[in-house]
Design a protein around this ligand. Structure first.
Ligand SMILES: C[S@@+](CC[C@H](N)C(=O)[O-])C[C@H]1O[C@@H](n2cnc3c(N)ncnc32)[C@H](O)[C@@H]1O
Length: 422
């Protein structure tokens, strides 16, 4: 059966970056389009309040369209918004933050100019690989599919990582069994590339030697092979470390870091600025200390984190750091056992940076506390707004929101909200 076709004039952008038009007063969502386009679409899913479609062709293009820089654009699941010119993209990023705030009753809160990471800045990526007849395909998933794009380039990734795509294909081609799938995680740290290959096979001697040679040839700092949950340290040539405000902190396998150095700088700058003039800080969901170390130059800090490995790494960094104020650490599951309002009595600023699910239980305690300033860092505008509502109900005023975009040309967005107790 052929799908029903429709021509739609795109007038706005939705929260996920799809173009939005209308048919008989019902919003029509069209991927890969933007305001000013007229798009021919095939109906996919018709509901009472929205119609979802596939783009068939652009009948007439917006004057704000640009040619996508990536040869894999359209097929690859990442970076779907690279056909927008810079101004349109920037306006959409800002609008996305405003939209999420408005939906939760924060109309009129100043949304600052977004800080957007440039191309070729992503320092942490996860690739998929599969052994096929004639070699290995290696890259990212296709849009809405588990198929792998065999990536020759990635315009958002740091060149030090994308330069390894081809050598990795040769390495895995010689190593994986036929039809075997693997994952490759790479992080560019201050001491070089930290790589983990995840594949369901134990290494024999020949494979192990090949991996060590690969690490030597490409100056990989650390190469782990993960087989059925077991992390095999195949070549540890240098310890992967992060540099936070001049302090070197070991990066445990799979620990969180911000996706770009530029994004980290933007977030740290905003947090640091919001803490100026205040005393003791609580850094909740601290990870290995992205905010803790820079803040500890001027403030006593209580850092709380649920991942023990991350907190242990922070402690190693603290043990050799010089010139920092006192930092105390708490290993806590902040979902089940949040830092209580009582424990926050001597704290002057709470900084919290939870995972995508937000920090409902922790925020309920902050809302009850007398803490004068709160800084919310979030990778999910919707849970950010929900948590902001709890804080507002507890007497906090949301002063401003800064959008920080570390996932260029994608709908992922980080927000920094600064609150003051009324
Ligand atoms: C978005 S990361 C932020 C880390 C750090 N602030 C940074 O910028 O590098 C969220 C952190 O929350 C931690 N986390 C996740 N669930 C948690 C929980 N239930 N309790 C405490 N920490 C948790 C993760 O281990 C991770 O380090």
């Amino acid at each position: 059966m052929t799908a029903e076709l429709l021509d739609v004039e795109i007038t706005s952008l939705g929260a996920q970056g799809d173009g939005v038009g209308a048919a008989d007063g019902v919003p029509v969502f069209v991927p890969l389009t933007m305001p000013g386009d007229v798009a021919r679409v095939a109906l996919k899913d018709k509901r009472r309040n929205s119609i979802y479609t596939d783009l068939v062709e652009i009948v007439s293009a917006s004057a704000d369209r640009v040619d996508p820089v990536c040869v894999h654009f359209g097929a690859c699941g990442g970076c779907q918004l690279q056909y927008m010119n810079k101004d349109t993209y920037r306006a959409w990023v800002k609008g996305r933050a405003t939209m999420a705030l408005n939906q939760h009753g924060f109309e009129g809160v100043p949304v600052l100019e977004p800080l957007i990471s440039p191309p070729a800045s992503r320092r942490r990526i996860a690739l998929k690989a599969m052994k096929v007849a004639g070699g290995v395909v290696l890259g990212f998933n296709e849009r809405q599919s588990h198929k792998i794009i065999n990536a020759n380039m990635c315009p958002v990734t740091r060149q030090e990582l994308s330069a390894l795509f081809d050598p990795l294909r040769s390495l895995l081609s010689a190593t994986l069994a036929p039809k075997m799938a693997a994952g490759v995680h790479m992080t560019l740290t201050a001491s070089g590339v930290d790589m983990m290959i995840d594949a369901p096979m134990a290494l024999d001697l020949a494979a192990r030697e090949r991996l060590v040679e690969f690490a030597n040839t490409h100056d990989i700092a650390a190469l782990h092979w993960k087989d059925s949950g077991f992390l095999d340290p195949v070549a540890i040539r240098r310890e992967p470390v992060m540099d936070f405000a001049g302090n070197r902190v070991p990066l445990p396998p799979a620990a969180f870091i911000q996706a770009t150095a530029e994004g980290e700088k933007a977030l740290v700058g905003a947090v640091f600025e919001a803490c100026k003039g205040y005393g003791r800080v609580a850094d909740l969901f601290s990870g290995i200390g992205t905010f803790t170390f820079p803040l500890a130059r001027d403030h006593q800090v209580m850092a709380a984190e649920g991942a023990k490995g991350a907190l242990d790494a922070m402690k190693v960094g603290l043990s050799v750091a010089t010139g920092l104020s006192q930092v105390i650490t708490r290993h806590r599951d902040l979902f089940r056992q949040p830092i209580s309002a009582r424990e926050l009595e001597k704290i002057e600023v709470v900084v919290f940076d939870p995972p995508r699910a937000g920090a409902a239980a922790q925020v309920a305690e902050i809302a009850k506390s007398p803490v004068p300033r709160v800084v919310a860092v979030s990778c999910n505008p919707n849970t950010f707004s929900r948590d902001a509502r709890t804080l507002a109900d507890g007497g906090y005023v949301l002063e401003s929101v800064l959008p920080v975009d570390q996932f260029l040309w994608s709908p992922h967005l980080e927000l920094v909200g600064v609150f003051t107790k009324r």
